[in-house]
Ligand binder design. Structure first.
Ligand code: ATP
Length: 327
């Protein structure tokens, strides 16, 4: 036990992700279990600067494990990227007697946390919370599994209408500049093809397929397009492919923000609870500047510097599975 940690603050930052509430609950209850005071900071770093800090008790996190979004709210804060903003944030947490922070968010939030820790020596642990799964050092991020299930549910429904009308659907999937959601959802919903930013030649290969009469006789074709696809989103891709799409009845669907919401899956609740508990234990053992990751179902400690700097690569060999499934 590190006797210097007597009080922990929690914040969620960047995009919200299902399972963040399960993580908040786990952190609050683990802190209480170890007799540590715990504070919730509303609206991420914005709330740190504007003193939106409140003590949390066990009942404050009752019945939230199943709720999407984040009860602490989230925000992006330009002010926190300035020396003045950070100084105010530090003064606020010192006034509350908070000596450590658990930051749940993406790589941007971790960059902010690392700067803050360097400047003021505050202890920090990060939890990867993003549907995009684009954080190095962890097999999965909180929210990814729920978003995948939401995508599959939506695509299955689109498949029903696509096959009734013999249509080809280009469906845009979230993920920012990464294709994790698109690749895995593509395999799980039986997509005929996917386009992801990690593979440059994707669109050219797809043009070749179209020129060769790509599954013209199939009753439906589902093409998943990652929002970060280099050719642009689904509408841009269809525009570029227009000359090759004659003879296909084409529709575009943007899945949008439904991918961010909803009740977290069992798996997201499980990893969020496991990571949240580990975050508090890690702080109490004197750790700082780390992210809690999951590898092979075990929690691991990843230096935040690595989680920020190293690019998480996608297993492009899995693309072959999609081709094989479409013989
Ligand atoms: P998502 O993956 O969902 O977009 P994220 O955590 O990457 O989540 P960002 O918008 O990149 O989201 O970052 C969240 C916040 O972290 C920013 O609004 C800003 O307040 C803070 N932040 C990011 N980079 C820095 C930095 N270099 N210094 C200080 N603060 C930063």
């Amino acid at each position: 036990m590190n006797p210097t940690i007597t009080s922990i603050g929690i914040l969620t930052s960047g995009g919200d992700a299902p399972g963040m509430n399960a993580a908040i609950r786990a952190i609050v209850r683990t802190a209480i279990y170890f007799d540590i005071k715990v504070f919730g900071i509303k609206h991420g770093y914005h709330g740190l600067i504007h003193n939106q800090i409140e003590r949390m008790r066990s009942h404050d996190v009752a019945a939230i494990i199943q709720r999407g979004g984040t009860i602490l709210k989230t925000a992006r804060s330009k002010e926190f990227m300035t020396d003045e903003g950070m100084q105010i944030a530090y003064n606020n947490i010192k006034n509350q007697g908070i000596d450590a922070l658990v930051v749940i968010g993406g790589d941007g939030s971790f960059r902010g946390a690392t700067e803050f820790a360097k400047k003021f020596g505050i202890h920090i642990v990060g939890l990867p919370g993003t549907i995009d799964n684009d954080i190095y050092g962890t097999d999965v991020t909180i929210g990814y599994d729920t978003a995948l299930n939401t995508i599959i549910d939506a695509v299955d429904k689109i498949r029903d209408t696509a096959s009734s009308h013999d249509r080809m659907f280009f469906i845009e999937v979230m993920g920012r500049d990464a294709g994790f959601l698109t690749l895995r959802a593509g395999i799980a919903c039986g997509a005929e093809a996917i386009l992801i930013p990690e593979v440059d030649s994707d669109i050219n290969k797809f043009i070749e397929f179209l020129e060769n009469g790509f599954r013209r006789k199939k009753s439906s074709n589902i093409i998943l397009v990652a929002e970060g696809e280099k050719a642009g989103g689904a509408f841009e891709v269809v525009k570029k492919l227009q000359p090759y799409l004659t003879g296909y009845d084409v529709r575009v669907s943007i899945l949008g923000h439904i991918q961010r919401g909803g009740s977290p899956t069992a798996y997201d609740r499980y990893i969020a609870t496991k990571m949240g508990t580990e975050a508090v234990k890690a702080l109490l053992q004197g750790n700082t500047g780390i992210m809690i990751g999951i590898q092979n179902d075990k929690t691991i400690y990843v230096p935040l510097e690595k989680a920020i700097k190293i690019h998480k690569t996608i297993d492009t060999s899995e693309l072959e599975i999609i081709n094989i499934m479409n013989v």
